[in-house]
Design a protein around this ligand. Structure first.
Ligand code: HEM
Length: 269
């Protein structure tokens, strides 16, 4: 048996895989949050940042490939460990779950699968820019001029318009809440898998897990919440007007909080 086969077959090996890939995904979440928080600066700031990333295709595609591999390994390791645990105890504990298992750990698999569904939606929403799923129209037409660069995709307008659709904002909020639960347990479990579990380290690890899952929750939630309460409203109105008929009223909203529709704009179906 090769070393890789030994790692994948042993439950300890799969725990290490889940912990290492979870750590890598967590580092991505921190970096992604730092990038997204630039929405609180000027539109040029986040548009310049998005342009910088797009101008480094090798770096971006390398990171995407790494993320995909980490995500696939993480899901495989966690689901196979959960299946093994279930097979080892075909008869449920009285009350449904093991004594001492926290409500968070019981919801790990469910929260993880909803987060996965969120990521698929999120990629279609902001990376692939599929027009049918944002509730507004075709975000690909949103362009802006960046000093010294020329015309670039208007990521700021996409984010503001994207979260002006109430059901999109709600889905993001639900996903962030589940991510908070998932990280709160997952971060602590990660250190346990590396053997850090004793009366000195356990309280510190739990504090770390609570602090960082809260940081991620508050950071990511702040964006749809600020937009719902008016961040970028005027800018989005101008972007809507500039886009003409390609961007319409948000689906499911009777009044447009953005621009009054100008001649030639159509309602998104
Ligand atoms: C308020 C919350 C969030 C906002 C505003 C946001 C915004 C964005 C934007 C604008 C992009 C497109 C970047 C581009 O292609 O130019 C993106 C990509 C992405 N986001 Fe988020 N994001 C949020 C939360 C999340 C969360 C919670 C996750 C993971 C659980 C996530 C995972 C990703 C991934 C994997 C990509 C693809 C990166 C790539 O294109 O290479 N995002 N996000």
């Amino acid at each position: 048996m090769t070393l890789a086969q030994q790692i994948f077959r042993s439950s300890l090996g799969r725990k290490y895989i889940a912990a290492l890939t979870g750590a890598a995904l967590f580092v991505f979440l921190l970096g992604h949050l730092a990038g997204n928080l630039q929405v609180f600066g000027s539109p040029d700031l986040i548009n310049g940042y998005a342009h910088f990333l797009k101008s480094k295709p090798l770096m971006v595609w390398g990171a995407r490939l790494g993320l995909l591999v980490c995500l696939a390994l993480h899901v495989y390791a966690v689901l196979s460990l959960a299946a093994d645990a279930k097979a080892a105890r075909p008869v449920q504990y009285a009350g449904g779950s093991a004594y001492g298992s926290s409500w968070r750990s019981r919801y790990m698999v469910v929260s993880g699968l909803v987060i996965l569904a969120f990521v698929v939606y999120h990629l279609a929403h902001f990376t692939a820019l599929l027009p049918g799923i944002n509730g507004f129209g075709d975000f690909r037409v949103l362009k802006t001029e960046l000093k010294g660069v020329g015309e670039v995709p208007d990521v700021y307008a996409m984010m503001v318009l994207g979260f002006r659709v109430w059901w999109v904002a709600l889905f993001y909020v639900v996903a962030q809440a589940l991510l908070f639960i998932h990280l709160g347990h997952g971060l602590a479990a990660m250190f346990q898998s590396f053997g850090l579990r004793n009366h000195v380290w356990t309280p510190r690890i739990q504090l770390f897990a609570k602090a960082f899952s809260t940081l991620i929750l508050v950071g990511y939630l702040s964006i749809p919440v600020a937009i719902t309460f008016g961040l970028g409203r005027e800018y989005a109105e101008q972007a809507t007007i500039k886009a003409g008929g390609a961007i319409g009223k948000p689906v499911g909203q009777t009044e447009t909080p953005a621009a009054p529709m100008v001649a030639g704009t159509v309602e998104a179906k």
